[in-house]
Design a protein around this ligand. Structure first.
Ligand code: DC
Length: 453
């Protein structure tokens, strides 16, 4: 077991803000267990289940896989392969989580995941039952409180800044209700562990709270705050110092290209009959190769839809899990140019393969969301596409895939829209620094979103 710090307390006590800062100070991982409960609530709601219907919620758990990934020190929650980190922060999910988290089976469902992370890492974990149930053996336990009025006041200000019309009285009533739910549930109610240190933040500044907890951690575990530079050294950024930008304009074998395009037109004809397939913005598809296509993802046929519009053969970055499927399926996707990527891990091998393919004159297709979207909405993209484009200095062509209805169906309309190429050069992106990647990623994701309607 690494260093375990348990931080419990009622809603709105500022646990997550404090825990994040303390984690950064000591180089620990911050585990937000509330997000796990919210994920189960999100899954429940997305299945159309009433969060108050205990039996149905429990039955649904069999189909729910919750996982945590850490990207640049930020926790991302993954439900059945989908990054739901942003989607779990709505008032609807807060209320649903308050109900589903009271169900003992939901708590035991998430128990092992929490234990496992704490066993393998130095962590600060916040929640309601961390010091009492999840990590009773934690070296440091803090119970962070503040008066209900002060918590309501802080929350009210936050909401007002976001333009939320709730009144102070409503916010206070909500806090009181959540306190009541958390402290009165039968399983793992919110309470201070006997050996926890209570920190009342009502009239303390966040900096004072952080200092108090940091001093306690050092006293109990001997851990010292890490120097900023050392903290950075612990997580080296991927090293691209020796990687040259892609030399674009490489010509592929003309005879092979002739047969490739012949076959492409035949398949395109077949697809136009099978689906009511329309392409828009085809003028944005370059005639040469070494381009990156970044698309939203609706179904397994998407790579084919994109490729049928390109004169140059494409290669695809596909989630690693697909390569463990049926042999025939794996053979087919490999034949069509797919290669595996381990998502969320900065998979250097996949990145190198991408450069190789782009250097060979082929295009690269990436689905930045990392997984298919069933409701058609465009989710948060991963940074990989921006990283590859920034290092390779290749343009990114945004693609919007639109199906009529939820699933691809015979003769139903499919519209593939290509947006204007986004070039790292135009955006003055010459290095894969954090700021540059953020800009490139958001430009690409915004363009994709515009093409999906
Ligand atoms: O901290 P939060 O508001 O994100 O938590 C969401 C819900 O999950 C909240 O209703 C309390 C519950 N929760 C819990 O029961 N146990 C935890 N360890 C963390 C959160």
């Amino acid at each position: 077991m690494g260093i375990n710090v348990a931080l419990d307390g009622p809603s709105g006590a500022g646990k997550s803000t404090i825990a994040k800062k303390v984690a950064a100070k000591f180089g620990f991982i911050y585990v937000d267990t509330g997000a796990l409960y919210r994920s189960v609530a999100y899954y429940t709601v997305s299945q159309g289940t009433d969060p108050g219907d205990t039996d149905k919620v429990i039955a649904g758990l069999a189909g729910c896989r919750v996982g945590l990934e850490y990207r640049e020190g930020t926790q991302c929650v993954i439900v059945n392969g989908e990054d739901v980190s942003d989607k779990i922060r709505t008032p609807e999910i807060s209320m649903a989580a308050s109900k589903t988290s009271a169900i003992p089976q939901v708590r035991s469902f998430l128990f092992d995941l929490q234990k496992d992370i704490a066993a393998k890492n130095d962590i600060i974990m916040d929640g309601r039952d961390i010091g009492t149930v999840v990590l009773p053996e934690a070296q440091v336990k803090v119970f962070l409180t503040a008066s209900a009025e002060e918590r309501a006041n802080r929350r009210f200000k936050e909401l007002r800044e976001k333009g939320d019309p709730s009144t102070y009285e409503e916010v206070l009533a909500d806090i009181n209700q959540r306190d009541y739910n958390d402290t009165h549930r039968e399983t793992a109610p919110l309470r201070k562990a006997e050996d926890a240190v209570e920190v009342d933040s009502t009239s303390m500044s966040p900096a004072d709270v952080i200092e108090t907890i940091a001093a306690l951690i050092t006293e109990r575990t001997g851990a010292q705050p890490v120097k900023k530079k050392a903290a950075r050294e612990r997580k080296p950024l991927l090293d691209f110092s020796g990687v040259e930008p892609v030399k674009r304009g490489k010509k592929l074998n003309p005879i092979r290209m002739f047969f490739y395009n012949l076959l492409r037109y035949i398949v395109l004809g077949g697809f136009k009959i099978a689906y009511n397939l329309k392409y828009e913005g085809k003028e944005n598809v370059p005639k040469d190769g070494s381009n990156i296509f970044a698309s939203n993802h609706r179904g397994y046929v998407d790579p084919v839809f994109i490729s049928l519009a390109c004169r140059v053969p494409n290669t695809f970055m596909a989630k690693e899990e697909l390569f463990h499927g049926k042999k025939f399926f794996v053979w087919i996707i490999k034949k069509f140019g797919a290669f595996p990527v381990e998502r969320g891990k900065g998979d250097m091998q996949a990145i190198n393969t991408s450069f190789e393919k782009l250097n060979s004159g082929r295009n690269l297709v990436i689905f930045p969301e990392g997984t298919r979207s069933h409701d058609g909405k465009v989710g948060r993209g991963k940074t990989g596409v921006a990283l590859i484009a920034a290092v390779a200095q290749c343009p990114v062509i945004p693609v919007g895939i639109n199906y009529e209805g939820e699933k691809l169906k015979f003769r139903k309309k499919v519209v593939i829209r290509f947006g204007k190429p986004i070039s790292p050069e135009q955006l003055k992106i010459t290095t894969p620094g954090a700021k540059e990647l953020k800009l490139l990623r958001s430009t690409v994701m915004d363009s994709i979103t515009e093409l999906v309607h």
